[in-house]
Design a protein around this ligand. Structure first.
Ligand code: GLU
Length: 490
């Protein structure tokens, strides 16, 4: 017998009167770019409406559990500031928010559905899988077992699954906010397994029960669930529940034909961070993968996304992930950072190359920020600060600066005493000294600066010019490197 009071209590707990969305990841151990985008859209829809964003962990697939995987989800949401209002780690009125802790709930609702005739016990054991390959509902003998017989076999301890009873005739229509009305003939729908013989629900059952009991108003998820949604509607109808709004998002693709997939080497969110992308840049880029604010603007901070977001801007067509576009976003975000914030995130990369603790790493912000696309580019850019590379003197020859070996030697010899005379080693002092020296000598600034930069860096391409590099190196090291240059050229 089902417990009337228990159901009344459950229903009474359902929050009402606000927009409620949920992000419902399975704990796989990493965050797909597509999943991150789903989380973001789910968050934006809730926050735009002043509603609640709920985190639910879908861990009923026991075969696929990965240790520590839930932490990856918490960390990603925290990093990206997609702050959930309810979830396993913080609780809430509609918990528990982890599916394996909701066993009893699914069990009771499955019994209720059996009573209502929307499901039946299947003892065939043909398959445990939700999408049973060989399963043909038209010849499942269990579908028509009498209640008495089904109850008796269950009571005797015989193992069974619970399947959804889909009508053989008619059609089911459902509405999606992106894909509009979709109608499917019922005879194309399988009698899916709702409850497995281990007493855990399949996704097909749990998503409906949870979305209902958690008061979810907008179900935002990948379009791979589009085809199953008519079945979910039949479940809502069998229970007599309101159907939420559906927002199915098209996949994020690697190219025209293929979805992004970690198995095929496409980066996950964590991979992108490890490749030197900033979470803010990733989030901004991901927002535009399949949603358009209309207009030219591309750079949006999270609160601006909340402001601008609208479901009507979500595209039906799949979006193609373009790493170069993301790199452009990343460079823009790096440029726009406060120097202190930049140094904080860049420090480990700077320290990879610059181990000399006498160097003030804060000085790297102005030379690196305008020239860094990814944080991982940093170590190679500043690899000459700790030790002068063994360079070739051909580097001193440059057409535009009008320098060759002889001119460079002359310039370095004249610059050395001028720099030696500087008392306070500031960027301004170095700059002013060099500019006035060039003037006195009647040469282009570049004619003076080129040899100096080559002498202190020992490489052709450097972030920042001679002045900044000399300043960061400090007076003694600058003069030492200049003397080496003079020696090489002499
Ligand atoms: N656990 C499902 C997944 O990760 C969630 C689908 C949904 O949001 O309903 O794909």
């Amino acid at each position: 017998m089902t417990d009337q009071k228990w159901f009344e209590d459950m229903e009474a707990r359902i929050p009402h009167g606000e927009v409620r969305t949920r992000f419902a990841p399975s704990p796989t151990g990493y965050m797909h770019v597509g999943n991150l985008r789903t989380a973001l859209y789910t968050y934006l829809i809730a926050k735009k409406a002043g509603g609640k964003f709920i985190l639910r962990i879908e861990d009923t697939d026991q075969g696929r559990l990965v240790a520590g995987a839930a932490d990856v989800i918490y960390k990603t949401l925290r990093d990206c500031r997609l702050t959930h209002d309810e979830g396993p780690d913080i609780g809430g009125p509609a918990g528990p928010y982890i599916q394996t802790e909701r066993r009893e709930i699914y069990g009771k609702y499955a019994e209720l559905l059996l009573e209502k005739g929307g499901a039946y016990r299947c003892f065939c054991q043909k398959t445990e899988e939700p999408e049973g390959e060989n399963f043909d509902k038209t010849d499942d003998p269990c579908r028509d077992l009498s209640k008495a017989e089904s109850d008796a076999r269950a009571a005797s301890g015989e193992s069974f699954v619970i399947r959804q009873r889909i009508p053989h005739e008619g059609t089911t229509t459902f509405h999606d906010e992106i894909f509009y009305d979709i109608t499917v003939p019922n005879d194309t729908l399988d009698d899916n397994v709702l409850m497995k013989s281990d007493g855990l629900p399949t996704y097909n059952f749990a998503n409906v029960i949870d979305d209902h009991l958690m008061g979810i108003t907008h179900v935002v998820r990948g379009s791979e669930y589009l085809a199953s949604s008519p079945k979910y509607n039949l479940l809502y109808e069998a229970f007599g529940w309101d159907i939420p709004k559906y927002v199915h998002c098209s996949p994020v693709m690697r190219d025209k034909q293929n979805k992004m997939s970690k198995r095929h080497g496409d980066p996950s969110y964590e991979d992108l961070l490890a490749q030197g992308y900033l979470n803010d840049a990733v989030l901004n880029y991901v927002a535009l993968l399949g949603w358009s604010p209309g207009g030219e603007r591309e750079i949006y901070a999270l609160p601006e996304l909340v402001e601008a977001f609208d479901i009507s801007g979500i595209s039906k067509s799949p979006a193609i992930f373009d790493i170069e576009k993301l790199t452009y976003f990343n460079a823009e975000y790096i440029k726009a950072m406060e120097p202190e914030a930049f140094i904080k995130v860049a420090e480990p990369y700077i320290r990879e190359s610059v181990k000399n603790s006498a160097i003030d790493i804060a000085l790297f912000a102005p030379i690196l920020q305008p020239r860094t696309e990814k944080l991982t580019d940093i170590p190679e850019k500043i690899d000459f600060f700790d030790a002068l590379p063994d360079y070739d003197t051909t580097l001193f020859t440059n057409k535009k600066s009008k320098t060759d070996a002889a001119v460079s030697l002359d310039m370095l010899q004249k610059t050395l005493p001028a720099l030696e005379d500087i008392a306070a080693w500031t960027e301004e002092a170095i700059h002013d000294t060099l500019i006035s020296l060039a003037e006195t000598l009647g040469v282009k600034n570049a004619t003076l600066m080129w040899p100096l930069r080559i002498a202190v860096a020992g490489k052709l391409v450097t972030p920042g010019g001679a002045v900044e590099i000399c300043h960061i190196l400090g007076k003694d090291e600058t003069l030492r490197r200049m003397r080496i240059g003079i020696e090489k050229l002499s």
